[in-house]
Design a protein around this ligand. Structure first.
Ligand code: FAD
Length: 307
């Protein structure tokens, strides 16, 4: 089921079918703040008022048009200006997929993505907040980490995402565990071959814990991105063993997933940052969320049949 949904996440035919089904929208709204900037800012304000922090994702990925990449940069610039104007930038940063700003364009894609990401970093810097580069499938990992290194020369606060399911990630954690390095550790959301990624849940979880230990024992700022209650508990043990203070790391979860756990972690004095996607390009993001939890599919299908 997971493989089929992740394959469908990249299929134009499946996309057109799911997007044209009007009843999909109520299910999508569990995971997506809304289509517009205004809705994203309203949800951000509500979360900050509730004691959580936010990272905002303007939805879009695998951009094949230069104009689309430029439009995405403008969307982030407008978003960041609005966060500054409304005083929300102190608690809200942005997450950026490099494939949305040109990384996958055939000619000079990587350079274009670097230039575009730089513009987003400048807009973030102007309002006093930060940027984290999301991580996409394994074919982009080297390119994304290369762009991260370039950006960090001028913007040392740019964050990275590392995916515990990749065999390479423990070493990447070592490389990115220095002072000032912000690393979001997640399990990984894409369909990856055995040659590069652990396939079983137990193997991925064990890798997650090994990576977490490396990051927590380093000098950087780890961001523990998981809803898995067992990994959240283990994170607390690893934090204690590493002698870390509550302000030297944070937890992150996705908008719409385990909100009670989010509130509980925030109430216990650790930063809880919620990943809030918005925009009308929700298809790929939504399909990856369905793939993470089989019960979501039943819920989705039932709502299509009974509404
Ligand atoms: P799981 O074992 O998948 O889930 C544990 C429990 O959490 C489940 O039993 C269920 O109760 C709940 N849960 C998990 N997912 C869902 C869901 N979709 N709907 C409902 N309940 C759910 N992946 C990337 O590849 N690149 C990224 O840049 C990236 N950024 C992320 C940013 C944040 C803040 C988070 C939280 C995740 C991100 N991910 C990213 C996704 C991540 O890789 C996993 O696919 C996702 O978090 C599910 O893994 P899990 O650790 O929550 O554990």
């Amino acid at each position: 089921m997971r493989s089929a949904l992740l394959a469908a996440a990249r299929s134009p035919q499946a996309r057109s079918f799911v997007e044209r089904t009007p009843l999909t929208k109520p299910v999508v709204s569990r995971y997506v703040a809304g289509d517009t900037l205004e809705e994203a800012v309203r949800v951000t304000g509500d979360l900050l008022a509730d004691g959580r922090k936010v990272t905002l994702d303007h939805l879009g990925e695998d951009t094949t048009e230069l104009a689309q990449a430029t439009a995405t940069v403008h969307a982030y610039e407008r978003l960041l200006a609005e966060l500054g104007r409304t005083g929300l930038a102190s608690g809200a940063e942005v997450s950026v997929k490099l494939s949305a700003v040109g990384q996958s364009l055939p000619r000079d894609g990587e350079k274009l993505a670097l230039d575009n990401a730089r513009r987003i970093c400048e807009a973030a810097s102007a309002v006093g907040t930060t940027v984290t580069l999301d991580m996409e499938d394994h074919t982009t990992t080297d390119s994304t980490l290369g762009i991260l290194a370039d950006l960090r020369v001028d913007f040392p606060w740019v964050g990275a995402v590392l995916q515990a399911y990749l065999h390479r990630t423990e070493q990447d954690c070592r490389d990115l565990s220095g002072a000032g390095s912000r690393v979001r550790l997640c399990k990984g959301a894409y369909k990856e071959p055995e040659s590069v990624a652990y396939q079983g849940k137990d193997e991925v979880d064990l890798s997650y814990v090994r990576c977490l230990k490396v990051l927590m024992n380093g000098q950087g700022y780890p961001m523990v991105a998981s809803h898995d209650p067992r990994l959240v508990r283990i994170a607390a043990q690893v934090v204690a063993a590493a002698g870390r203070t509550a302000d030297s790391y944070e937890h992150q979860m996705l908008y719409g997933v385990r909100p009670d756990a989010q509130r509980e972690i925030a109430a216990n004095g650790t930063t809880m940052r919620v990943y809030v996607p918005y925009g009308d390009q929700w298809y790929g993001y939504f399909m990856r969320r369905l793939a993470e939890r089989p019960a979501n599919v039943t819920f989705f299908l039932r709502s299509l049949l009974t509404t």
